[in-house]
Ligand binder design. Structure first.
Ligand code: SF4
Ligand code: SF4
Length: 285
């Protein structure tokens, strides 16, 4: 089973929920935690893995052979991402804008372009007790994270529970993290902004065909707008975690919520029981 934990906005407590879910699930069996928030991974701060392996992730970018290039301009025409500019004397590449589509090296009439490689980040793999842990770290200044997210998701293990901690928002990186999941847990907070972004995240998951449920974090007990949204859209409101200063203090020190409040484990156990009962598990790919 693959559970994606996502939120329409940052700061809702997505990692708080994902790490606590992993700890509770690990009491019952093998679980893998895949932190796909590669621009700012922080699951390791909560789960404190011992690292076993690191791997560099590279993407193809064009390499231009000046001797063969006729400066015809075709490569700049076909590049939808404006990563190439043909000047009177040379072709300039802006590597961080390249999406590695391959259009330029397939369509260069002079055969002057071949694919080279550029490092965008690394994948680190380890374990924390019974939790297998993987995360990606995007290089500073790098704009394109989906290939690195894909490299993290390649470590999804068949036959066990995989928890994917998605980046915040609803853009390409989030879509790459959530697609293919069996279930998406949408974490929100009881504010107008939280509700607005919950709606966007729900639409994204629906477009991807991933069933979802909602968890409210930092609830002040007045979650009626979220409850109403869930009721209207027939989305299960799975649990609410109350605003808790001790949990916030623990988070700042890297202590997972269920270690600060062991009684909260029941929420995550109930979520796992719900998923099992509803039969969301597909064979992991
Ligand atoms: S398409 Fe090929 S030959 Fe034409 S400008 Fe680009 S690199 Fe040079
Ligand atoms: S590989 Fe695609 S995105 Fe990259 S420079 Fe070539 S045409 Fe542009």
């Amino acid at each position: 089973m693959i559970i994606a934990v996502a939120s329409g906005k940052g700061g809702t407590g997505k990692t708080t929920v994902a790490s606590s879910l992993a700890l509770v699930a690990a009491e019952k069996g093998e679980v893998w935690f895949l932190d796909c928030d590669v621009e700012e991974p922080n699951g390791h701060i909560m789960l404190k893995p011992h690292w076993h392996r690191k791997e560099t992730v590279r993407v193809p970018v064009p390499e231009i052979n000046r001797e063969k290039c006729t400066l015809c301009g075709r490569c700049a025409e076909v590049c939808a991402f404006h990563a190439l500019v043909v000047l009177p004397q040379e072709v300039m590449l802006f590597p961080t804008m390249c999406h590695s589509c391959g259009g330029c090296w397939h369509l260069c009439p002079a055969g002057a372009i071949s694919p080279g490689w550029r490092e965008i980040g690394r994948v680190e793999e380890g374990s924390s007790g019974k939790i297998g842990f993987v995360h990606g770290r995007l290089n500073v200044g790098e704009a394109i994270s989906p290939p690195l997210i894909q490299a993290v998701k390649k470590r999804i293990r068949p036959g066990v529970l995989n928890i994917v901690d998605a980046p915040p928002g609803t853009s390409c990186p989030v879509i790459r993290a959530v697609e293919g999941a069996d279930f998406c847990l949408l974490v929100t907070e009881p504010t107008p902004f939280g509700l607005h972004d919950l709606k966007l995240a729900y639409e994204m998951a629906t477009q991807l065909g991933v069933p979802c449920g909602v968890a409210v974090n930092r609830s002040d007990g007045n979650d009626d707008p979220v409850r109403q949204f869930c009721h209207t859209n027939n989305v299960p409101l799975l649990f609410q975690l109350l605003q808790d200063r001790e949990v916030a203090r623990g988070y700042a020190r890297g202590i997972p919520a269920v270690e600060v409040r062991p009684e909260w484990k029941e929420h995550f156990s109930a979520l796992l029981a719900f998923l099992e009962k509803e039969g969301y598990a597909r064979c992991a790919k």
